[in-house]
Structure formats: structure tokens, C-alpha cells
Design a protein around this ligand. Structure first.
Ligand code: ZN
Length: 324
């Protein structure tokens, strides 16, 4: 039999009618919708290293005006529409990485902790669902000091969340945000960032370890300079055997806007020109090397590959696969 739209529809209708007659009654169709999502963690393998992406949900920036410093709201809306996202606000996902290097369990960034809106603040639930507890973490490595990356280190009441972990932060980032001179000179819009950094780090300032760029921060994990978004903003390559993966942190905010339009500057980029140069350099490198990347602000599980499209780029999501 030749399959046409008409025969396919006929078959479908026949099946449905038979099924309704045989199996369904009104009572069995009355189950409520669950309103629940599955735990959001996702494992990948990089050589012998296992990476677990842990979602902290997403936050919503309530309007598009001002979100991109150098694009009109109309252009931003159009780019969001092209990515099948809401066009009048920006939905910003948060994804941290747990890296099991064999010897150490290393967390890269921490999410929003207990300080976030209802669509976020779900990190700990997802982390535990992935089989981890805070005591399992040997090391926390921080990409930069914005609240969505560091607030998970310390609860609202001041409790440190990872009591056994060594906390590693980039030297330029720590020096910038912990400097009283810089706080005194900072424009009002930046002062809150200083307060976030100090809430989290002042109580542990003497215990943090400062790391430097272009050096290993943990076995198989190397920190690379990516300044601009913040002065000490860092990305991380994860290497095992011939395999590698690049955690690109906040070289872009949501890819649908800033991978597609790498010259656009998100309002959170502290030095927009330096951030733009970093963004181009990293996107160019990972696309040329066909390197798998993990974004902090891409849609979960926030991993894929970058292809070049003239002066723009695309994020191609990686295929779902078992971590073998
Ligand atoms: Zn961020």
C-alpha cells in the first residue's frame, strides 16, 4: 500500500477509535497534569573524566530594553523569535558543572543558592538527584564573582555549603572585587556586585586559594584568561587523553542572542570591548577546533558545538548519549 497523508490519517483515526472503544473510560482519563520536571542533570564523558551538568533552572530578565547595550529592542526581539524564545523578555538558564577527574570531585560555579526566584534555586535538589552530597565536593572552582555563579557557596543565613571543599578563585577576580579602593570608585550600578562578592568571600577570604591563568587548577582542568565580562573572568578546558571540552562560562549570555550576534554587548559585560574581543577569540577557537563546549547560560544541558556562519556563529546542541 502506498502511504499518503490520507491513508496515514485513516490508519491513525482507526487506531484511535479502536483504542477509545477498547481501553478508555472517562474515569481513567482524569489524571491531573504533574506540573513537575525530571531532575535536571546530564552526564558527559571527556576521555576518562565524567562531567555532570547540574541545572539551577533559569531566571527571567523582565524586559528587553537595555539588555543589549548596542542593539535596538526590535533587533533583540527578532533574534529571540529566531530562536523560538519569548520576544518580550529574556529567559536566562544557569548550568554548573561537576567534574569527576577520577581523583577529585570538582564543582565549577555554584548557581544561585537559596537566593533565587521560583524558577531557579533548584540546584541542590538536582545535585542530590545526581547522586552527590555537598560533603563529596573536594574543590569548587569559580569562573567569576557574579551572584548567579557564587551565591551557592553560602546560604542566606551565612552557612558555608561545601564545608570540605577547597575554594579556588582567579587572582585578578578576587583582587578586583575585594579591593576597598575599587568599591569606593565603583559606579552605583556596580556596587551591588561588590556586595555579592563580599557576602560570599569575606568570611572565607583567608582560606581561598588563588589560581592563575594558563595553569591547571585541578587534575585535567586548566584555567584560561577570558576577561571582559569581569576583570578576572575565566574559562576552563577539561582534558583527558585526546578528548577535550571547553567550559566557556560567560563569554556569552544566552547563545540565541550573543553566539548569533557576537558583537552585541550584554548589559552585564563590565568592559564591553574586551568582552567582545574575548568572545570572538574563544568562539573562533572552539569552532575551528570542533571542540565540545559547555555554556553557563545556554538551554539545558547547555552543551554542544560551535559552527561559524560568516561573522556569526551557531550553537549546535550535542546529541543525547549515555556517558560511556
Ligand atoms: Zn552569569
Amino acid at each position: 500500500m502506498k502511504i499518503t497523508r490520507r491513508t496515514a490519517m485513516g490508519a491513525l483515526l482507526g487506531t484511535t477509535a479502536a483504542a477509545v472503544g477498547a481501553r478508555f473510560n472517562p474515569a481513567s482519563a482524569a489524571a491531573g497534569v504533574s506540573g513537575q520536571q525530571a531532575p535536571a542533570f546530564y552526564r558527559s564523558k571527556v576521555g576518562d573524566i565524567e562531567i555532570t551538568a547540574i541545572s539551577d533552572g533559569y531566571g527571567t530578565f523582565p524586559k528587553i530594553e537595555g539588555f543589549v547595550r548596542n542593539a535596538t529592542p526590535e533587533a533583540v526581539s527578532a533574534a529571540l523569535a529566531e530562536g523560538f524564545m519569548p520576544t518580550d523578555r529574556v529567559q536566562i538558564p544557569f548550568t554548573t558543572l561537576v567534574v569527576n577527574t577520577g581523583g577529585k570531585l570538582v564543582l565549577i560555579d555554584t548557581g544561585n543558592g537559596d537566593l533565587a526566584a521560583p524558577t531557579s534555586g533548584i540546584w541542590m535538589k538536582n545535585f542530590r538527584a545526581a547522586g552527590f552530597t555537598p560533603d563529596d565536593v573536594d574543590m569548587v572552582v569559580i569562573s567569576h564573582f557574579h551572584g548567579d555563579h557564587v551565591n551557592g557557596l553560602r546560604l542566606k543565613d551565612g552557612t558555608a555549603v561545601f564545608p570540605k571543599a577547597e575554594i579556588k578563585v582567579s587572582e585578578p577576580e578576587f583582587k578586583f572585587w575585594m579591593s576597598d579602593d575599587n568599591l569606593a570608585k565603583a559606579p552605583d550600578g556596580l556596587k551591588n556586585n561588590f556586595n555579592v562578592a563580599r557576602r560570599v568571600f569575606t568570611p572565607m577570604a583567608k582560606d581561598v586559594t588563588l589560581y592563575n591563568w594558563e595553569k591547571e587548577v585541578a587534575p585535567g582542568i586548566t584555567a584560561h584568561a577570558a576577561p571582559g565580562h569581569t576583570p578576572g573572568h575565566t574559562i576552563f578546558s577539561i582534558n583527558s587523553g585526546n578528548a577535550s571540552f571547553m567550559a566557556v562560562s560567560d563569554i556569552t549570555n544566552v547563545p540565541v542572542l550573543f553566539v548569533r550576534n557576537p558583537d552585541w554587548a550584554v548589559m552585564f559585560d563590565q568592559d564591553p570591548d574586551m568582552a567582545r574581543a574575548t568572545r570572538h577569540r574563544v568562539l573562533d577557537m572552539v569552532s575551528a577546533d570542533k571542540m565540545q563546549v559547555g555554556f553557563y547560560h545556554a538551554n539545558f544541558p547547555a552543551t554542544g558545538f560551535i559552527t561559524r556562519d560568516g561573522g556569526r556563529y551557531n550553537l549546535v546542541p550535542a546529541a543525547w548519549k549515555l556517558p560511556v
